[in-house]
Design a protein around this ligand. Structure first.
Ligand SMILES: [Zn+2]
Length: 95
């Protein structure tokens, strides 16, 4: 599987949401406690593990949503968080 991120490091000001890295959703499984949602397994290239996030079933396939970082180690995205969603071809250019 091709995991990719697009990131622009600019430490002088908070990054725009559109500039945050994308954590690609690798798998969606039904949320047992809420049938309107999935649990999304998102691969994190910074701490090299999957982070689990809730993902609404009604979300469009190309939707991106911001999430606070779930990294258990210090990573460059601790403060900013990241976006989750399905990767698009242009996200992978240069990866
Ligand atoms: Zn992480």
């Amino acid at each position: 599987m091709n995991y990719c991120t697009s990131i622009e490091n600019n430490q002088s000001k908070p990054p725009k949401l559109s500039k945050l890295p994308l954590l690609a959703m690798a798998k969606l499984v039904p949320n047992r406690t809420d049938r309107t949602q999935f649990v999304a397994y998102c691969w994190c290239p910074y701490c090299r593990t999957h982070h689990l996030h809730v993902w609404d079933r009604s979300n469009a396939r190309n939707k991106r949503e911001h999430r606070n970082a779930h990294c258990q180690i210090d990573t460059p995205i601790d403060a900013s968080g990241y976006l989750i969603g399905f990767p698009r071809r242009r996200d992978c250019e240069g990866a």
